[in-house]
Every structure is written in C-alpha cells, then in structure tokens.
Design a binder for this molecule. Structure first.
Ligand code: AKG
Ligand code: FE2
Length: 299
C-alpha cells in the first residue's frame, strides 16, 4: 500500500478533484504524474544541486544561511531538527526564495556554472504546477474558480535543495535523515530520487513508505491548509529514514505558501453546524515565522 498516484491528464478536473479530496482527507499526500513540468528542468535542478553540495564544506559555508538576514542559503548537517525532540537531522540543504520578495544568496557562477539559471527555471515551472494544484483544490473544496487568487498574488515560494549524505553506520539514538514533522505552508511539491526513505504516518499511527515513482511529484498539504480547511484535510507527519548504510538521497522540496499578509481563516465551505470553525484567523507570514523559530537549533 502506498499513497495515491494521480495522473493529472487521466480524467476531467472535476473527477481529479474528487479523488484528491478523498486522498487529502485520508492521507494528506498524493503523487502526481502528467503534471507538465519538463523532465529536463527537473534534471538540471538536481544536477545543479549535486554540483553545489560537492563543494568543500568551507566553501559552501560562504553562503551559510545564518550570514543572511532572510531565510536563504546553505544549512549544513546539524543545523535543523525538524523533530525538536530528536537529535539534529542528517541532511544539508540550500534554501532559495522569490527574488522579488528579497534577495537570495547565489553561489559564484564560476564555482557552480548554471546554478541560478537552473533553479530559476525550476521555480517557474513548479509555480505553474502549484497554481494548477490550487485550481484543483478550489474544485475539491466546492469553492468558486479563482477563489484563491487573492491569497496568492505574491506567494512565498521556497525551493529547498536537500542532500542526505550516505547514511553513517553509527547515528545517535533516534537520529534520522529528517525528523518527523508536518509541513507548515499551503502546499509542498517534492521531487525525490530513487533512494527511498520518505515515510508518511497514517491516521492509525503506522508509517507508510512513499515509494519513489520516476518523474512524479509528491504533493502534500501543510499546516496552513489544514487550518484553512478546518481539519478536513490532513497535514500529515512525515520523515526520512536512512534506508541502507552508504546510500545517499537527493530531493528538492518546493514549498508554496500564501502571501505573507493573507489572512487564513477556515474556508466557508469547510464550516457548518457539524464542523464549527476550530481556528482563529492568522496571517500566513506570522504562522511561518513561528514554525522556523521552533525548529532551528542555531537560531
Ligand atoms: O527529502 C524529503 O523527501 C522530505 C523533505 C521534507 O519533508 C521537508 O523538507 O519538509
Ligand atoms: Fe516535509
């Protein structure tokens, strides 16, 4: 058993939206193919990521996230514990945001040629897919078309390159590639290589492997959408476990979040007498800032 694999070209939007609604209620996760993101754009992003993380640690630290006023740049192994009750995650990453919302740190072109071009193209393609998914979400939630447009005029999109170095033979008790956590924003689109290790937690508590599917994106919703849907959809705990000693893992997460000043209150179609509103309104920006504060070890 694994999460639903949905081919976005396989059925009319209304039918896709019905299947999405079922899957997001049950698991909070689906995988999609037929998504229109060109394979060469994805391949170029992974290639740029591999070339960046192959640089010596001291060189990568020139773009250390703590050197920058925004949450952008390189974070080494040990910088974050996504499960604050566990030792630090065994991963390194690089955060890139929307340049128009604030400048990124870009590695020197001479050191990683084509890095910026590859990641700009990736973010543009993923933003298009995120908009398509938001359109399906409107249908799934019986909202009028374009209902979400006013929340996503200047969406906070973050591309996070992730590298899990080859799993060491000895780790601290309870140490994982990425500790159990929920995502925080509206929607996450994840590309993963064939290493495996991503697991999601079912409602009954069991962990389910998200098997890599070549060319597919894993789609999950975050806490903001859970809150927005008044708990109709699950923001599901997930984690990355080291599969086998000596195997590394590469993935790229694209976090699609609402405008920082968008006010997130339970959606009208998710509230009725049987489901009274469970959450007070909060802005998307306040919510994200709080989540970063909770999980950063060096901050
Ligand atoms: O690397 C992965 O597959 C998962 C990463 C993740 O869950 C995250 O960064 O939020
Ligand atoms: Fe995540």
């Amino acid at each position: 058993m694994t999460i639903l694999l949905l081919d976005l070209e396989s059925a009319p939007p209304a039918e896709l939206a019905r299947r999405l609604d079922d899957a997001l209620r049950a698991d909070g996760f689906v995988a999609v193919t037929g998504h229109g993101v060109p394979a060469d754009v994805v391949a170029a992003a992974f290639d740029a990521s591999r070339r960046f993380f192959a640089l010596p640690e001291a060189v990568k630290c020139r773009w250390h996230i703590d050197r920058w006023p925004l949450h952008r740049g390189f974070d080494p192994v040990g910088w974050q514990a996504l499960d604050p009750n566990r030792p630090a995650d065994l991963k390194e990453s690089f955060y890139l945001g929307v340049e128009a919302l604030g400048p990124n740190q870009w590695p020197d072109e001479a050191l990683v040629p084509g890095f910026r071009a590859a990641l700009d193209a990736y973010a543009a393609a993923l933003r298009t897919l995120a908009a398509r998914m938001m359109g399906l979400f409107e249908l799934a939630l019986s909202l009028p078309p374009r209902h979400f447009d006013v929340y996503t005029r200047r969406p906070n999109c973050v591309t996070r390159l992730l590298h899990y170095p080859p799993a060491p033979a000895v780790v601290l008790p309870g140490q994982l590639g990425c500790g159990a956590h929920t995502d925080w924003g509206a929607l996450t689109l994840l590309a993963q290589d064939d290493a495996g290790g991503l697991q999601v937690q079912r409602a009954d508590g069991r962990w389910l492997d998200v098997e890599p599917v070549p060319g597919a994106f894993v789609v999950n919703i975050g806490d903001m959408t859970r809150r927005w849907t008044n708990d109709r959809w699950r923001s599901t705990m997930h984690r990355v476990v080291p599969r086998r000693v000596g195997i590394e893992r590469w993935s790229i997460a694209f976090f699609f979040d609402l405008d920082a000043d968008a006010l997130v209150a339970p959606l009208p179609t998710c509230v009725d007498a049987a489901h009274p509103a469970r959450y007070a309104p909060i802005t998307a920006g306040e919510h994200l800032a709080e989540m970063y504060r909770r999980t950063t070890l060096s901050g």
